[in-house]
Design a protein around this ligand. Structure first.
Ligand SMILES: [Zn+2]
Length: 272
C-alpha cells in the first residue's frame, strides 16, 4: 500500500497541497498519520495529494535503504554515483512529479533524540501558513546549509515547502501532533474549512552545518536539540582537532560520526 498515491478533489476551486509521511522510513508518526488520512480525509476545495515517502524503508523500519532520500532533491550534478544508482533516487524522481503539481507541501518527520522539541522547518515564504500549525518553534536556513529535501525542492521551484519535526520518533504523542499538523495545515491552505488559531512562535536560523573532516568525530558530551552553546565551548573532537563554537549558538542534530564528510551537527541562532 505504501506505493500508492491518493488524490482527493474538493467541490470548490482551490490550491493543490501535498502531504508526505515516511520520507525517513523509521519516523513512524508521519507514516501513521498518512495511513489514517489515506482512507478518512475529506476536503472542501482544491486538490490534496497524499503520499508515503520511502516505501521500502517504511517496510524495513529504516531511515533509508541505500541513500538518504531527504538529500536527493538537489541538482543531479551534485549527487554522487552511489546516490544516483540508489532506490531512493528513483523514488525522488517519482515524488517530484507530484511536488510539481502542488502549491503547498507538508512533509512529516520525527527526531531521533529523546528530548527533542517539536518544530517547523521552512523559509520565510511559508510564514502565512505556519503561524497556524501546532508548533511554537520555527527553524529557517536549512535550504542554504543542508539542501536536498522535499521542502528545499518546493521552494526552489517557487512553491511553498514545509517540514514538521513532531518530536521524538518513539513518543506516542508525536502521532497526535502529526495528525493535528495535517489538519491545521489544510485549514491554512483552505483545502478544508475550519477555525484558524494563530500560534506564538520563536524563530531560529541555522547558519552552519558541520561535516566531519576525519574518520572519527566524537562529541564532547551528549547534546539535546536546541541546547545553548556558549562562545568558545568545546563541541567535539574531529580526528585530533578540537571543534569549538565561534559564537553563542544553539545546537541541533548533534551526533558522533565514523566517516569523513558525515553530518555531525548544526548551529543556529535566535532571530526576531
Ligand atoms: Zn526525518
Amino acid at each position: 500500500m505504501y506505493e500508492n498515491i491518493k488524490i482527493l478533489k474538493g467541490k470548490r476551486k482551490g490550491p493543490t497541497s501535498i502531504i508526505i509521511g515516511g520520507i525517513h522510513g523509521n519516523e513512524t508518526c508521519g507514516v501513521n498519520a498518512v495511513k489514517k488520512i489515506f482512507s478518512t480525509l475529506k476536503i472542501d476545495a482544491g486538490k490534496v495529494i497524499i503520499a508515503f515517502g520511502n516505501p521500502k524503508a517504511i517496510i524495513k523500519k529504516l531511515r533509508f535503504v541505500e541513500s538518504n532520500l531527504n538529500r536527493l532533491f538537489r541538482p543531479s550534478k551534485q549527487l554522487s554515483k552511489k546516490e544516483k544508482s540508489s532506490y531512493e533516487y528513483s523514488r525522488m524522481l517519482f515524488l517530484k512529479k507530484y511536488l510539481k503539481q502542488s502549491d503547498f507541501l507538508l512533509d512529516i518527520h520525527a527526531s531521533f533524540t529523546p528530548k527533542s522539541r517539536r518544530f517547523i522547518i521552512c523559509e520565510n515564504n511559508a510564514n502565512k501558513i505556519i503561524k497556524y500549525l501546532p508548533f511554537n518553534l520555527v527553524v529557517n536556513g536549512f535550504d542554504a546549509v543542508q539542501p536536498g529535501g522535499t521542502d528545499y525542492h518546493m521552494n526552489k521551484i517557487g512553491k511553498i515547502g514545509i517540514c514538521v519535526e513532531c518530536g521524538y520518533k518513539d513518543d506516542p504523542k508525536s502521532n497526535f501532533i502529526a495528525e493535528k499538523a495535517i489538519k491545521n495545515f489544510l485549514i491554512a491552505t483552505k483545502n478544508i474549512v475550519g477555525n484558524k488559531i494563530q500560534k506564538l512562535q520563536k524563530k531560529i536560523k541555522i547558519y552552519k552545518l558541520y561535516k566531519s573532516k576525519s574518520n572519527i568525530f566524537s562529541l564532547s558530551k551528549k547534546f539535546n536539540d536546541f541546547e545553548i552553546i556558549k562562545k568558545g565551548q568545546k563541541i567535539g573532537i574531529d580526528g585530533n582537532r578540537e571543534i569549538r563554537a565561534g559564537k553563542k549558538s544553539i545546537i541541533l542534530f548533534a551526533q558522533n560520526t565514523q566517516k569523513i564528510g558525515e553530518e555531525a551537527f548544526l548551529l543556529g541562532e535566535k532571530i526576531k
